[in-house]
Write a new protein. Structure first.
Length: 133
């Protein structure tokens, strides 16, 4: 990677992180507007359901389900970010103590001067029985 590309990537990482944190903090703190800022308006969520079928959920419906002001015990952290030009991939872990640990994969694009999540795919595992929340 040339110096220019490395500098550009370094400059973009805080902006991508801020977008991901809008999602993480907005969902934990019951702030649908903060979550909405992180996503393209037409994004979808993808996962595999218990019947081993692809389940596609509308991002708009997902955000509608966030109750304003209703905080919860979600604990999120960014695991990795890979960026090239105006495209990025990110991985985050969202733990809901006593229930599940989600692994989220995001595709992000930078357009109109800002990074937005355009797709979220995720999987989950149960909270370990030996760990207390």
């Amino acid at each position: 990677m040339g110096l220019r590309a490395q500098t550009t990537t370094t400059q973009e990482l805080p902006l991508i992180t801020a977008t991901l944190m809008d999602y993480i903090n907005g969902t934990a703190n019951g702030d649908p507007e903060q979550v909405r800022r992180a996503f393209h308006p037409d994004f979808n969520l993808y996962t595999v359901n218990d019947g081993d079928s692809l389940w596609i959920r509308s991002g708009a419906k997902y955000i509608e389900g966030i109750k304003a002001g209703e905080k919860n015990t979600r604990q999120g952290r960014i695991i990795s970010i890979d960026v090239e030009g105006n495209a990025a991939m990110a991985k985050a872990e969202i733990a809901i103590p006593g229930w599940r640990i989600f692994t989220d994969y995001f595709l992000l694009l930078k357009y109109e001067g800002a990074w937005r999540i355009v797709q979220k795919s995720y999987t989950w595992r149960p909270w370990p029985k030996s760990e207390k929340p």
